[in-house]
Every structure is written in structure tokens, then in C-alpha cells.
Design a protein around this ligand. Structure first.
Ligand code: THU
Length: 129
């Protein structure tokens, strides 16, 4: 399944709207039933309103009623792995918990992680009670 997921992230990356950074990213979330929901980064001339591929993917999935996430593949055209930014880690943690994260470039997989390892000591709703 990671191969299909990575392929979906690569295809989403082709739809990235990144005229300012020219750094295109694709992300694909695998749901518990096997469905894949993908997203790409979408930039804005104000820069700060840019949204990363990972958040586009998870907000798409959430808005369609999905809640059970297994893993996410993230693809960029880099030799080094491109991991999710801090904001995306926080959002993924909120809605997907200890997700498996599969990193890849246009040729091959570049790494696998658990979100808890990338976001140690997270702030979350447990602290608000
Ligand atoms: N970006 C993502 O979409 N995901 C990442 O994991 C890293 C960064 C986007 C945001 C911006 O459009 C561009 O890549 C450069 O930071």
C-alpha cells in the first residue's frame, strides 16, 4: 500500500500551486478503509496564507467526514527527506494521532517515521481538561 500512497502523493504534487517558492509538495493520506485522500501545497501572494500539502490533505479528508487515518505519504523533489513542518505536525497530531509518515522523492522512499517521534512532548487537548 505505501507504493500506491506514494504514487498518489506524486500525482498530487503535480497539482501544487507554488509559483513563489517553486517547491512543490504532494501528500496522500490512507484511511482505515483503504481510501486515499491527497493534497498539494497552495501558495498565496501574501506568502503567509500558504497552506502545506499535508494540511490540505487532512482538511479535505476531515471535511468529507473521515476520521480514521493510518498513514500519510509526503513527496517532494529533494534528495534529502522532506518532513512535515511544525504546524503540520501539530495539526496531524490533533486529528490523526501517532500516524505513520512515509517520506519519498520522485524516485524512491526516503524514510519512515511515527508522528510521535517527530513531535515529542506535544501540546494537545489532554492539557485543556
Ligand atoms: N511545504 C509543504 O507543502 N509541505 C512540507 O512538508 C514542507 C513545505 C510547502 C509550503 C510552501 O508552499 C513550500 O513548500 C516551501 O516552503
Amino acid at each position: 500500500m505505501p507504493a500506491d500512497l506514494i504514487q498518489a502523493a506524486r500525482e498530487a504534487r503535480d497539482r501544487a500551486i507554488a509559483p513563489y517558492s517553486r517547491f512543490k509538495v504532494g501528500a496522500a493520506l490512507e484511511l482505515a478503509g483503504g481510501t486515499i485522500v491527497a493534497g498539494c501545497n497552495i501558495e498565496n501572494a501574501t506568502y503567509g496564507l500558504t497552506i502545506c500539502a499535508e494540511r490540505v490533505a487532512i482538511f479535505k479528508a476531515l471535511s468529507e467526514g473521515h476520521r480514521d487515518f493510518l498513514r500519510i505519504a509526503i513527496v517532494a523533489d529533494t534528495v534529502q527527506p522532506t518532513p512535515p513542518c511544525g504546524a503540520c505536525r501539530q495539526v496531524l497530531w490533533e486529528f490523526a494521532g501517532n500516524l505513520e509518515i512515509v517520506l519519498a522523492n520522485l524516485e524512491h522512499e526516503t524514510g519512515r517515521h511515527r508522528l510521535a517521534d517527530l513531535l515529542p512532548l506535544p501540546f494537545d487537548q489532554r492539557l485543556l481538561r
